[in-house]
Design a protein around this ligand. Sequence first.
Ligand code: AVJ
Length: 310
Amino acid sequence: MAVNSAELSQIVDGLSGDVKKISPKYFYDERGSQLFDEITRLPEYYLTGAELAIMRDNIDEICTLVGKRASLIEFGSGSSLKTRVLLEHLSELAAYVPVDISKQHLYAAGAQIRDEFPHIDVQPVVADFTQPFQLPSPAVMPVRNIVYFPGSTIGNFEYDAAIELLRVMHHEAGEDGALLIGVDLQKDPALIERAYNDSAGVTAEFNLNMLRHLNRDYGANFDVTEFAHSANYDQDNGRVVIELISKAKQTFAVGNTEFELADGEAILTEYSHKYTLDGFAAMAGQAGFRVAKVWMDAERLFSVQYCVRL
Ligand code: AVJ
């Protein structure tokens, strides 16, 4: 496979600063996507179960807010159960528009949705959803656009980038549009940390797999056995900090660029932000949204929020 040079320089840049980091997007090769699926089924990973329960328990009210003949625009390729709950219950949907940068992943997921829901007009869009993109024109003219962003994936973005992404959503929602978004909530740090340090070690595998991905597809030479998984909740900043910790002083290369790591030095691979209701509302407000409705599970672990334009 030819190395994508824009991505390669992104990786080298991230490793060249004071704090070494690699974007979480490099978790998701084929094995990484499988491991993430496994994570969503772990007993400690409360997010997926809580969000699915919220969707099921409130689906009638959600459908009433979305209304008839909406176009559902999912940011991400949408192979999840949560999406299926929505598609099963929304009536007279004008179109379902999953948006993802990975064409292969998107088309495979799209074909499966078409199979399961033959009456739905599925219109996949290959695009980097952090930048504005062109929406398709379905046969049925949509009454409104509903942007769907489940999973608390917003948590991967730092404050400014999250607002920027919410602004793209605001733009794609258009005049009478809205945003339906999954948002993980701040809670007992021990509970959060357990979700990212599961006893079966799947999250550790997921984190380490990023190095194998870089070795295979980006000409890196990481010795994976020389790294350890680490995930700590930083309560002051309301985020889980996920890192790969070097077990020794070592060197590695990515393409032609060499790097040094001290014993115990970290490579940051992911932030997973957790929000208060007020904190998320303020952020949404910065992007032109008003939170019109919040649904939560009984334990208030997770939220699904319906945001309309200010
Ligand atoms: C896909 C970004 C929502 O932050 O919980 C899970 C990714 N990383 N375990 C999250 C993840 C480690 C996940 N998101």
